[in-house]
Design a binder for this molecule. Structure first.
Ligand code: PA5
Length: 447
């Protein structure tokens, strides 16, 4: 079994000729990617990461995770964007659906909360209450080391740690994941003696889930990071070596670009498992930030089904015909519930008696796929055999590789993000940050 991509349900929207034509383009794009001859080629460290990573650091990550598990009831993971979404996607995908809420006996590992992914004081105040007087540690993650959102959250949690444990002990509960040499966070970590982990220079934020950025929080949650890396290595092997017909990553990149070229400018990634919600968020960042530039790209959206069939379902079925849909299908669930017979059948559900809920869920999925296809929404499928570390590793890699190929097919640099700077400049000017003074008055006039 393996993670696979299947576009057979979209055959009425895609001709064989189109696939043949796009195959050549996609294979060329793959060559550019693996030969490192395209735009952004100094950010391709993620390609070999699953087989070529720092083994000593990997061992340190595991040791740090063990220490946090033994001395903390709570881990606060501080980061935003690429320094946040991968860990959250993985922990939600792999661990208990009510991770923070189930008893310690079931969870066995520290509660994990995320901070620094907004500037909301209400959120932070709430989180401080949740942590309360309990033992906790902090993993501050910022490649640049200067991002405002996590920097503010870190200041606040650092103060809480130092108040509780004193400066020296607090420093032993702070784990900094950042650049190996530069940035404010690196300087602070060196100054204060925090244990540090490295975001490699050639791995951009949204491609960093398999570095310490993702691996430390994932390991703290009790998930098996060796298996995750093995899965990613398997995904890499297939993406690099398989021919187009068997290359799910390259095929996915090709098919979505065929659809884009015929006006399908929105891709909706859909799941039927709530635990995949943050996988959708991770995917949105990966594709949105990689492709949405030069006034081009496929707008990535995500829905949780069947939940959103009762809200966004109307639009997907019947609204403006702009989108195609990619279902991430978990083939086999290990949590099932059989629906029981009831004597009086007042709710009319006895026709389902003896059936398991996954059968109902899959029937909803299959029915929806056909309905959306009839509504002219081409359907693509990514099949995941089971929700475990190995297949998540394959999935992460398949999507990352496909993203690089797809970006080159589109003709953009998939590895930069010039557009994310604009809001920062304005915010800094409005906050009066030194160096932005000349913009301040002009912006204030416009408000
Ligand atoms: O993908 C990206 O580059 C961004 O989403 C960054 O990860 C995000 O802005 C956080 O940056 P940093 O890790 O430097 O704090």
């Amino acid at each position: 079994a393996k993670v696979t991509f299947d576009y057979s349900k979209a055959s009425k929207f895609i001709s064989d000729d189109e696939v043949v034509a796009m195959k050549k383009i996609a294979e060329d794009a793959k060559e550019v990617l693996v030969n490192k001859s395209g735009a952004g080629n100094d950010f391709l460290g993620w390609i070999d990461l699953p087989v070529d990573y720092d083994k000593d650091e990997f061992a340190r990550i595991k040791a740090a995770a063990k220490k946090i598990q033994s001395d903390s009831e709570v881990l606060v993971v501080i980061g935003i964007g690429g320094s946040y979404l991968g860990a959250r996607a993985a922990i939600d995908f792999l661990r208990h659906g009510f991770y923070n809420n189930v008893s310690k006996e079931i969870r066995k590992t520290p509660e994990i909360y995320y901070a620094g992914n907004s500037i909301s004081p209400a959120y932070l105040k709430g989180l401080l209450d949740v942590v309360g007087d309990r033992d906790f540690s902090v993993n501050i993650i910022s490649k640049s080391g200067t991002t405002t959102e996590p920097a503010i959250a870190f200041r606040i949690f650092k103060e809480k740690l130092e108040k509780k444990y004193g400066k020296e002990e607090a420093a032993k509960r702070i784990y900094a994941t950042t650049d190996k040499a530069k940035g404010a966070l690196k300087n602070l970590a060196t100054e204060e003696g925090y244990e540090s982990f490295v975001v490699p220079d050639d791995v951009g934020g949204r491609f960093s889930v398999l570095t310490a950025v993702g691996l430390l929080p994932i390991a703290v949650s009790g998930a098996d990071i060796d298996k995750l890396m093995e899965g990613a290595a398997s995904g890499r092997e297939k993406a690099l070596n398989n021919t187009f017909e068997d290359n799910d990553a390259v095929k996915y990149a090709a098919i979505r670009n065929i659809l884009l070229r015929k006006g399908k400018s929105i891709e909706i990634t859909a799941n039927y498992e709530p635990s995949l919600h943050y996988f959708g968020e991770w995917w949105k960042q990966l594709y949105g930030e990689s492709e949405g530039k030069d006034q081009k790209g496929i707008f990535p959206a995500a829905v949780d089904l069947t939940t959103d069939l009762h809200s966004m379902g109307q639009f997907i079925q019947d609204g403006s015909r702009l989108m195609f849909e990619t279902v991430v299908n978990i083939e086999k669930t290990d949590a099932d519930i059989v629906i029981q017979e009831e004597a009086d059948d007042l709710d009319g559900l006895n026709y389902l008696a003896g059936k398991d809920m996954d059968f109902v869920n899959k029937s909803a999925m299959n029915g929806t796929i056909l309905a959306h296809t009839d509504g002219n929404v081409p359907n693509l499928m990514v099949n995941v055999p089971e929700q475990n570390e190995f297949y998540l590793g394959e999935l992460f890699y398949m999507y990352e590789f496909a993203c690089g190929v797809s970006g080159y097919i589109l003709g953009v640099n998939p590895f930069n993000q010039p557009g994310v700077e604009s809001y920062k400049k304005n915010m800094f000017a409005l906050l009066g940050k030194p160096g932005y003074e000349d913009m301040t008055a002009e912006l204030q006039k416009r408000l």
